[in-house]
Design a protein around this ligand. Structure first.
Ligand code: WTA
Length: 571
């Protein structure tokens, strides 16, 4: 199946001819847009917000925010002032360039003020997803040595403050909070702060953001991005999101995940678009209403969400007038051709798949509005990026051969470090000149890339990346659990669900209560999205002689596949 642009998508696209642009484009062409072209220094928050105030867009709405209780909007000028105030508040407690400021709270305007304020003082922002529980919060604040945290009273209960010696100040965002000691009232101080602030101009290679993400082994890793990433955020917001200054854009991802920052904050604002943020949880009615109410023109979401909307039925979508929509995109997991077909029926638009990772910082392989789509394919590398399928020795494979999806190093938004973990960082670049993604794929004769799976054991559940090791480690902390192995099990809606295989300690018996207790234990210790939906008890789990649980074998059991080479397995 091939899909040409639909009549409703026609128009002037920012990227009109992929092939020509791919030939001629150079990242240097983009640099002139930003401050460093003039001064040698830069600041993401200036480029994303204040620059538009200086360029005659002070009164354009930058942010529409709503949730069940609030309904607000902010112009670029107002956002500039609010983030200046936040920067003053942070500076008043001694936050300096390079410090880590973490933000752990549900979406709200204050989250965005604090986020941008952190960047204005030159500090590194660390957004944490609100569903994280104590263990997950501890790992991240400990590893990053965060100096300041911005949170809410409810979430503060999950912050083990006493065990975090580097944490100097905790700002509480709440209307009825009384300050004590190092617990300060963010809103009160924000209201009292000056709306003027002298931005800390930084080098383009200075730290911008730390996103913790999961791998197949070890604790989550802090992926560090730098201000230079703006080149790619900006350019992809133009080419891939196809944003123009009059667009009303909605990215459904939370800023705790990379999509919610690269394309929920940086990309759209660098491009000068109006950004819609909807708080609260997913519901089909709420989402369609958001699209209708703000007259959203460009919408970026995820396959799981599209599948949930699809299963809510077409009667629901028909109740809304969604004629403002002109461009839809997806990221996070494979986008099924059925979903693209459904999208065409209900929106009369194609859904454009995009592939990238926390580590790549920005979109890498995409479908463009001006291009023919092959449903099921992730598309083609953005101009300025070279992707290839390589074998384990680093040889480039010919079309239609499956192998490692790799990227030629040197794109602007590439991560610059894994926090405190050089060996881990280096392991991505083990094949000379390449970044090895951990995904397997093939490329067809025409240069379209097709996702095949993860090479490692990382689980993508409802678009959220979960490390099996983290879940296993939490499981074995439970007194009844002797051994645990965790895999992703294919699921029609969530992509994958988390399935745990567990061997109990002597003296424990399998009961429904125990199963539920173990599930809750992970939910309370890590996060709801990390808790196993399915648990299977086994007397023993397959292990290597060195004692490592063989997830590959568990997966083969689960999917009724051949178990492969078992020579390293203990008897
Ligand atoms: C998967 C999310 C198939 C992939 C921005 C990748 C995808 C991991 C796609 C990164 C896609 C992302 N098709 N798989 N279009 N996009 N993935 O770091 O396995 O949360 O390596 O970044 O998600 O997940 P992360």
């Amino acid at each position: 199946m091939k899909m040409q642009a639909l009549p409703s998508e026609k128009g002037t696209f920012n990227l009109t001819n992929y092939e020509d642009t791919n030939q001629s484009f150079n990242w240097k062409d983009v640099e002139g847009t930003f401050s460093w072209a003039k001064t040698g220094l830069v600041n993401m928050a200036y480029e994303a917000i204040d620059r538009h105030v200086d360029n005659g867009k002070a009164d354009q709405i930058a942010l529409y925010y709503s949730d069940a209780k609030r309904d607000e909007s902010y112009t670029f000028k107002q956002l500039k002032e609010q983030s200046n105030k936040a920067a003053n508040v942070l500076k008043s407690v001694g936050v300096e360039k390079g410090d880590r400021v973490f933000i752990f709270m549900p979406r709200s305007p204050e989250l965005y003020f604090a986020f941008l304020g952190t960047l204005k003082v030159g500090a590194i922002v660390g957004p944490l997803f609100e569903a994280f529980m104590e263990g997950a919060v501890r790992d991240r604040l400990e590893d990053s040595e965060a100096k300041v945290l911005v949170t809410t009273p409810a979430l503060l209960e999950r912050v083990p403050v006493a065990d975090l010696p580097h944490l100097e100040t905790v700002f509480i965002v709440d209307d009825e909070f009384t300050e004590q000691g190092s617990y300060l009232d963010f809103n009160k101080r924000l209201n009292e702060a000056s709306p003027e602030f002298d931005i800390e101009w930084v080098d383009r290679e200075d730290g911008l953001i730390l996103h913790y993400t999961s791998g197949s082994t070890g604790k989550p890793k802090g992926v560090l991005h730098v201000h230079n990433a703006m080149i790619q955020h900006y350019q992809t917001a133009k080419w891939v999101l196809d944003l123009k200054e009059d667009d009303i854009y909605w990215c459904t991802a939370d800023p705790g995940w990379v999509t919610g920052t690269s394309y929920g904050i940086f990309g759209p604002w660098l491009a000068g678009a109006t950004n819609v943020i909807r708080g609260g949880r997913f519901s089909p009615h709420d989402w369609y209403e958001t699209l209708e109410r703000y007259q959203v023109t460009v919408w970026y979401s995820a396959p799981t969400a599209f599948r949930m909307l699809m299963s809510a039925g077409d009667q629901v979508v028909k109740k809304y007038n969604l004629s403002s929509l002109r461009h839809i995109l997806s990221v996070g997991e494979p986008l099924n051709p059925e979903v693209i077909k459904w999208g065409k029926n209900v929106f009369n638009l194609r859904i454009h798949d995009t592939w990238w990772m926390t580590e790549t910082g920005a979109q890498m392989i995409c479908n463009y509005p001006s291009m023919e789509i092959r449903p099921g394919s992730m598309g083609k590398p953005i101009p300025g990026v070279e992707a290839a399928i390589i074998d384990d020795q680093g040889n480039v494979l010919p079309p239609n051969r499956m192998g490692n999806l790799a990227l030629k190093v040197g794109w602007p938004s590439m991560m610059r470090a894994v926090w405190n973990n050089k060996p881990k960082y280096d392991s991505y670049f083990r094949l000379e000149g390449w970044y090895v993604s951990g995904d397997s794929a093939y490329m067809d004769e025409d240069g379209y890339f097709w996702f095949q799976g993860r090479i490692d054991d990382v689980i993508m559940s409802a678009g959220e990346r979960v490390g099996p090791f983290e879940v296993e480690s939490k499981l074995v902390e439970h007194p009844a659990v002797a051994e645990a192995g965790v895999i992703g099990k294919p699921d029609p809606v969530r992509g994958e669900i988390i399935k745990a295989f567990i061997a109990l300690r002597d003296g424990y018996e399998v009961t429904a209560e125990l199963e539920e207790e173990i599930r809750l234990f992970v939910k309370k210790g890590l996060a709801a999205h990390a808790a196993p939906r399915e648990i299977e008890f086994r007397a023993k789990l397959p292990k290597t002689r060195s004692g490592k649980i063989m997830r590959r074998v568990l997966k083969a059991w689960e999917l009724d596949l051949p178990t492969g080479d078992l020579s390293t397995m203990e008897d």
